[in-house]
Design a binder for this molecule. Sequence first.
Ligand code: SAH
Length: 259
Amino acid sequence: MSGRLAVIGLGPGDARLLTPEAEAELTAAAALYGYGPYLDRVPVRPDQARHASDNREEGARAVAALRHAAAGAQVALVSGGDPGVFAMAAAVCQEIEAGPETWRDLDLAIVPGVTAMLAVAARVGAPLGHDFCALSLSDNLKPWDLVERRLDAAAGAGFVIALYNPVSRARPWQLGAAFERLRKHLPAATPVVFGRAVGRADEHVVVTTLDRADPAAADMATLIIVGSTQTRAIARPGRAPLVYTPRAVQGARSRRVSA
Ligand code: SAH
């Protein structure tokens, strides 16, 4: 049998958010590769080899999975959320581009998953109801001044912004700097959502405002959504506020919208 590499999104953590397609691919695999904590989410099967690696070894992990598949094995490489969002699918494509010609002929499947910003958004309402963008705050893979330019451009253009990788031990000040930057463009009352470990036992979701947003409230497992000037928080008795971004921009010509 010829080899196959499936790059699989496991979703945010809740097993019910693993798609049936991802589950079928995991079942069919003879070998699993991934960052340790993600692999830990996949039930152990004695007939399946497991290759856990460190978070920083993306390229090496992609190469190991590609080599194994090219040698004829059914290989699954797992990511949290969606594999194409700040995760392994792009690392695999990069290694295929740089690697031996034979890798281009490999049976490759990218299996989507529920990415963190969708899971967090769903917890609080519909903050991504109008135009939005996603930014990784990690400056490991790009210079910080580029992050700042992108924050300026996104907030200035009216996008709701999902912030991935807000902090880490090696990056303690970046989130505070990002909030400062965003305060230059957006009103103090702009809704901000902190969604931590959504879909896992230690989930914690907080809705606040840009003037009160505390960088210390975020860790590596947190996804932050910063609203646009259009984003609203509706107070509800005995319930968390409902955060949403209206389908139409205020003042826009009214048109019938389908769906
Ligand atoms: N591929 C992943 C993202 C990897 S980057 C996805 O599609 O979700 C890692 C970042 O994702 C974390 O720093 C955090 O910002 C976010 N994240 C991943 N899982 C999360 C979860 N369950 N709850 C909140 N944020 C999460």
